[in-house]
Design a protein around this ligand. Structure first.
Ligand code: HEC
Length: 187
């Protein structure tokens, strides 16, 4: 009985092993087949994409260089490449170029909107008779009104980004064009 049972168990185990072995082979076979298919697809894709795998060494290296190249080149001032371009001083960053603007440029940028056309009744540049009563107030008053406003004349011509010095420059330009050159203080 004992013996018989052991025999049976043994038989059963063998059948179990056989079953496992079959399944294992099947799964392994399917996996291997899939691997082969994937590999085959990868190879055919690689073959068809130009310039990836089958270029000569020199071309490859050039392409790699291009990909690794930094964006933009460092140029040494005075070298052949930069001589034609950078003889004129580069415009400084930020507010610097605005400071460098002439009174005329500042006037054109801000004051001309009214003083060029006479809008809002602003005295027109170059119109000496229109300007005469304003000029009679003296430079200090005109400067104060240009900076801080006066009736319909907005402070700094409505452009708060202008510095006081810039407004004064524009004022000096405007009145010297309008019969008030003698009022402009000598710096
Ligand atoms: C939005 C329109 C406008 C702009 C822009 C403007 N002005 Fe005027 N400005 C006027 C008007 C209007 C008057 C006349 C005020 C009055 O006397 O009734 C005037 C008058 C003046 C006067 C005479 C003030 C007085 O007391 O008689 C000065 C100086 C002046 N402006 C300077 C400037 C300068 C400098 C700028 C540019 C930075 C400028 N304005 C931009 C409208 C403007």
């Amino acid at each position: 009985m004992e013996h018989h049972n052991q025999q049976q168990l043994h038989e059963h185990g063998k059948r179990h092993d056989q079953h496992f072995y079959d399944s294992f082979l099947l799964v392994f076979g399917v996996l291997a087949l899939m691997a082969i298919i994937v590999f085959w697809i990868a190879m055919s894709v690689a073959d068809r994409s130009p310039g990836s795998y089958d270029l000569g060494g020199a071309v490859q290296e050039k392409l790699i260089d291009q990909r690794l190249a930094p964006i933009g080149d460092v140029q040494i001032a005075g070298s052949a490449e930069t001589q034609t371009v950078s003889t004129a001083p580069a415009p400084a960053a930020g507010a610097a170029p605005v400071v460098a603007q002439s009174g005329k440029q500042i006037w054109e940028g801000t004051c001309s909107a009214c003083h060029g056309t006479g809008a809002l009744g602003a005295p027109k540049i170059g119109d000496k008779s229109e300007w005469a009563p304003h000029l009679a107030k003296g430079f200090t008053v005109l400067e104060d009104h240009a900076l801080h406003g006066f009736l319909l004349m907005p402070a700094k011509g409505g452009n708060p980004s202008l510095s006081d010095a810039q407004v004064v420059k524009a004022l000096e330009y405007m009145i010297s064009q309008s019969g008030g050159a003698n009022l402009v203080p000598h710096h």
